[in-house]
Design a protein around this ligand. Structure first.
Ligand code: DX5
Ligand code: ZN
Length: 218
């Protein structure tokens, strides 16, 4: 079954509680929570206090995408604030520190995950792939919602699917950026099983229908 993870970056923050209830009732699987530090990406978004508030109002798994430099510094804080999946970029620190971060996430009882920017080849995930529960292949440059899907990421999704199947078959393969009813089937066909969608879901009137449509159910 394909999982849908609405990115609340595109939600109306003045009514965040209602927005979350709405996607929960719409059948979302995870809540995708984008954290940006203004250094790793040229934008600043939401962080620990907002995550704490979201944790209080939903039982859904919180999928925290850390677009921050040296994420190892903040793992405990995000864990305490209620993250379930803690996802770090492999470009955000050295290989040793990334490995250390993944083992800390596991010890904290959370699900470790890694993300690759569009310019990072699939093979760069190899040192980490057996240690993670989810790999995210970015389908836009991280930093902003509402960008267009990069079709040249499809071969990389396919390559990552092969890598996962041979080295860690239980691992999930997520895509993030520009996902809509046109691009979702392409990613699913290439091997993704978790789709992040921000603007497409939050701009639509009927989120339940939209989530079903993205999942491939008409
Ligand atoms: C981008 C974020 C995404 C973003 C996706 O840096 O990681 O999660 O919210 O937004 P859409 O679905 O609008 O491309
Ligand atoms: Zn994201």
């Amino acid at each position: 079954m394909i999982k849908i993870a609405p990115s609340i970056l595109s939600a109306d923050f003045s009514r965040l509680g209602e927005e979350i209830k709405n996607i929960e009732q719409g059948g979302a699987d995870y809540i995708h929570f984008d954290v940006m530090d203004g250094l790793f990406v040229p934008n600043i978004s939401i962080g620990i206090p907002v995550l704490e508030s979201v944790r209080k109002i939903t039982q859904l798994e919180l999928d925290v995408h850390l677009m921050i430099e040296r994420p190892v510094r903040y793992l405990e804080a995000f864990s305490k604030a209620g993250a379930d999946i803690i996802n770090i970029h492999i470009e955000a620190d050295s290989e040793d520190e990334t490995l250390r971060a993944l083992s800390i996430i596991r010890k904290l009882g959370k699900r470790p995950a890694i993300t690759l920017k569009p310019g990072t080849p699939a093979v760069d995930a190899e040192p980490y792939i057996r240690l993670v529960d989810l790999v995210l292949v970015m389908t836009v440059e991280p930093g902003f919602g509402g960008q267009s899907f990069m079709p040249d990421m499809l071969p990389k999704i396919r390559e990552m699917r092969k890598l996962i199947d041979s080295k860690n078959p239980g691992c999930e393969l997520q895509v993030d950026g520009g996902i809509n009813p046109e691009t979702a089937p392409l990613c699913i066909e290439a091997g993704a099983n978790v789709l992040v969608a921000g603007s497409d879901i939050f701009k639509s009137e009927d989120r339940k229908k939209r989530i079903a449509l993205l999942r491939g159910i008409n």
